[in-house]
Design a protein around this ligand. Structure first.
Ligand SMILES: C[S@@+](CC[C@H](N)C(=O)[O-])C[C@H]1O[C@@H](n2cnc3c(N)ncnc32)[C@H](O)[C@@H]1O
Length: 225
């Protein structure tokens, strides 16, 4: 939900103020969840795949934990940024490719702020096929806010967001920064958390989904051995 578009003028004005504060004290909601991912890696750690690797920050965290890490991104600029970042690194390879084109097998597959760019059910089925038995899918996702419960999560997230920004980035930046980084492909989520949960639980029996603060949900699934 973007409270800058709410009909009430007071709420809209508050939303604009929060947005300005967030631009001056930026922090990444996506990177914030890397710790959640690293705490859930499976015991077997030969190959990891980060789908939609963007600028490659998660790859840099996975590289010391796996023998081999592959990042793929459908965007040429993002793939080039990550390729350059890991040039000469024998553990990390980066491909300019769509997830749909990836084959092989992996012990872990991560998608951070990427699943809403993909056809949901097809992408979950493809991830399940690529995982080794015992392998783990870890998703940090975005959902469209629709129900009162969705909004009840977004309101505290909106209010806490500038506090976290001012703590992590106390000096305001001179050039206001929007979400993501320069050139990062972004899009709004089409599916709600309820819709995503329904599909995920059907396609990936036993999947665990949880709403999280800061406009994200998490999905965790281990392929049965
Ligand atoms: C919002 S960005 C998130 C990037 C990164 N995971 C992060 O946390 O900063 C979404 C990324 O997914 C990539 N993407 C979109 N569709 C894709 C697809 N079909 N296959 C692979 N990557 C895709 C975009 O190019 C973009 O880099």
């Amino acid at each position: 939900m973007d409270i800058r578009t709410v009909p009430n003028p007071l709420v809209r004005a508050g939303g604009r103020w929060l947005h300005r504060v967030n631009q001056r004290h930026p922090w990444s909601h996506n990177d914030h969840f890397h710790g959640w991912i690293l705490r859930r890696l499976p015991a077997r750690r030969r190959r990891a795949l980060d789908v939609g690797c963007g600028a490659g920050l998660l790859l840099s965290r996975l590289r010391s934990r796996f023998d081999d890490v592959l990042g793929v991104d459908a965007d040429a600029t993002m793939a080039a940024v990550s390729t350059e970042r890991f040039a000469g690194d024998p553990r990390v390879s980066v491909r300019h490719a769509r997830f749909e084109e990836v084959d092989g097998t992996f012990d872990t597959i991560t998608l951070v702020a990427v699943l809403h760019h993909l056809p949901l059910e097809t992408a979950l089925r493809h991830a399940a096929e690529l995982l080794e038995p015992g392998g783990r899918l870890l998703v940090v996702g975005l959902a469209r806010a629709e129900s009162l419960t969705d909004l009840a999560w977004d309101v505290p997230s909106s209010l806490l967001n500038p506090l976290v920004g001012m703590t992590r980035h106390p000096q305001p930046v001179t050039e206001p920064v929007d979400d993501g980084g320069p050139g990062m492909p972004m899009r709004d989520a089409a599916e709600t958390f309820a819709e995503i949960s329904g599909v995920a639980r059907r396609v990936l029996p036993g999947a665990r989904l949880r709403r999280r603060l800061f406009f994200r949900y998490t999905l965790e699934w281990t392929r049965p051995a």
